[in-house]
Ligand binder design. Structure first.
Ligand code: 5GP
Ligand code: ZN
Length: 114
């Protein structure tokens, strides 16, 4: 998608701190981290929000979660715990309309979220 910030980050047009990359996913450090670990896991294909998923995206989203949990465990977060969060639409805090999961860890998190 021509005018999408995260499409440009995934393609390398806009620089980012890469954590992981393959043909379907790109993972990078959030520019404004909210925890010692704060990385964004995105599908390379432009999907605006969770609302735009179709049944065919089930394997993609399953693999996205598996990838995030693998990165969390590689960072030693498995025991203490971590948070995997997807904001959907402005009312939930989504500001970039390319689906992304926030992987947050390395500090305590309260519940319910703000
Ligand atoms: P949202 O609010 O849409 O759930 O999350 C968007 C996230 O993208 C925010 O945590 C924000 O800090 C991050 N972000 C926004 N612009 C950039 C950027 O240019 N580079 C990186 N690495 N992260 C960004
Ligand atoms: Zn995009």
């Amino acid at each position: 998608m021509a005018n999408c910030l995260f499409c440009k980050i995934a393609s390398g047009e806009i620089p980012s701190k890469q954590v992981y990359s393959d043909d379907r996913f790109y993972v990078f450090e959030d520019i404004n981290p909210q925890a010692p670990t704060h990385v964004l896991v995105i599908p390379r294909r432009h999907i605006a929000t969770l609302n735009d998923l179709t049944p065919e995206d089930g394997p993609l989203m399953g693999d996205l979660i598996l990838l995030a949990s693998r990165i969390a465990k590689e960072r030693g977060l498995g025991e203490r715990g971590y948070r995997l969060n997807v904001n959907c639409m402005e009312g939930a805090g989504q500001t970039v309309f390319h689906l992304h999961a926030h992987l947050l860890g390395g500090r305590a998190f309260s519940w319910p979220p703000g």
